[in-house]
Design a protein around this ligand. Structure first.
Ligand code: PLP
Length: 400
């Protein structure tokens, strides 16, 4: 019987390979001191060195000596794990301090930690969709898989509005019964296209139609706003958006996620969300590292400034080289290739011949036809890295 299942799996995997959607991982030997340079072994067992241009370690905080020291000190004191769910011995002083710090960061009364931001999106939307009476969820067409899964699990009615299209959102809201509960779910900085949501317009429509707003700030916390408070705070909308989801895994350089909002909303989620309740809490040492990472970013604004300067430098160099890209207002820069095989061939060549690592972004991460090279510069890149990247892109793209 097992063979029958295995033949099914193998057949499906072969189809993915043929279509160019199969996922190949690059095995990386990560070095804190050398980041963004790395040593890798590829799927064929070939070893090489490269500069990483696709890491979400935006500020290099995974390797900040003070963050590492905070993790090491707490690790020695508390051990490797928390040993329990939040309800059953897994709430330590580190967890409580981090929840307070996260709430303060995004100017909300309360926050709740999750083991990842994916889990936070998935479980919070599923919980609210199930618990709010007659709930309908309105979801942006470019929302992350974690929100889509949460909405699916809520089993409530959903409507998808065209990406950032406020006229479409308003038309959908206008058709709904005023008595129904409504959630508008969206991202501030979209992870794949790099576009930015019209936050003030969404907040206005939510007020007008009585909807709750839920925003994923995963690619904005730590990077925008005061001390990395996020995009919402940078456009003065902290009061306009009800629930904010953020991650500690990208700009803050550790792991874990949070949701922040009113005291009542957070207490409700704390007592109803399965993905919060029934899982072992984050190791206390991780929480200690995140707390230190937040303090480092607050005390040293040059880290975020360097990151922004590098994003500007990359785009100036791309402009000068005549390379067409999509940049938008935030930091995610992408070059659309529009074909999965071509996209992989280009990134393979960049890796093996030029020592530049960018993972090809193919379906289903992006819709078919939108396959792209997504470039992430971090605070740890230097002008030589950026110049070399653009010269190499120029050569590879002109021959692709
Ligand atoms: C938009 C968005 N939301 C949520 C997540 C999940 O974040 P985490 O890595 O903390 O689970 C990601 C991950 O890349 C993302 O891009």
């Amino acid at each position: 019987m097992a063979n029958t299942y295995d033949s099914y799996f193998s057949e499906r995997l072969a189809q993915m390979q043929e279509a160019g959607h199969y996922r190949y991982f690059l095995d990386i030997e990560r070095s804190a001191s050398r980041f963004p340079e790395l040593t890798y072994t590829d799927a064929n067992g070939q070893r090489g060195t490269a500069i990483n241009f696709c890491s979400n370690d935006y500020l290099g905080q995974t390797a900040h000596p003070e963050v590492i020291a905070a993790a090491q000190a707490a690790l020695g004191q508390t051990g490797t794990g928390s040993g329990g769910t939040r309800n059953i011995s897994g709430t330590t002083t580190y967890h409580s301090a981090l929840e307070q710090a996260a709430a303060r960061l995004v100017s909300k009364p309360a926050a709740l930690l999750f083991n990842s931001s994916y889990l936070a999106n998935q479980t919070v939307l599923a919980t609210l969709g199930r618990q709010l009476p007659n709930c309908i969820i309105l979801s942006d067409a470019e929302n992350h898989a974690s929100m889509i899964e949460g909405i699916r699990a809520s089993r409530c009615e959903k409507h998808i509005f065209r990406h950032n299209d406020m006229a479409h959102l308003e038309a959908l809201l206008g058709d709904l019964d005023v008595e129904m509960s409504k959630i508008i779910a969206f991202e501030s900085v979209y992870s794949m296209s790099g576009t930015v949501a019209p936050i003030a317009d969404i907040a206005r429509l939510a007020r007008q139609y009585g909807a709750l707003t839920y925003c994923d700030e995963v690619h904005a916390v730590g990077l925008y706003g005061q001390h990395g408070a996020g995009w919402i705070q940078s456009v003065n909308q902290s009061d306009g958006i009800d629930l904010i989801n953020g991650t500690f895994a990208k700009a803050f350089g550790v792991i874990g996620g949070f949701v922040a909002g009113s005291a009542a909303a957070i207490d409700f989620i704390r007592t109803h969300a399965e993905g919060f309740i029934f899982t072992t809490s984050l190791p206390p040492a991780n929480c200690a590292a995140i707390l230190r990472s937040m303090e480092v970013l607050r005390d040293d604004p040059t880290i975020i400034e360097r990151f922004r300067a590098n994003v500007r430098q990359l785009r100036q160099n791309l402009d000068a080289a005549g390379i067409t890209y999509e940049g938008h207002d935030a930091h995610i820069t992408r070059i659309v290739i529009g074909n999965s095989h071509r996209c992989k061939a280009i990134t393979d060549r960049l890796l093996t011949e030029f020592g530049l690592y960018m993972q090809p972004i193919n379906y289903p991460t992006v819709p078919k036809g939108q396959e792209c090279i997504r470039i992430i510069v971090t605070a740890r890149h230097n002008n030589e890295h950026i110049q070399y990247l653009v010269e190499s892109l120029q050569e590879v793209l002109s021959n692709a």
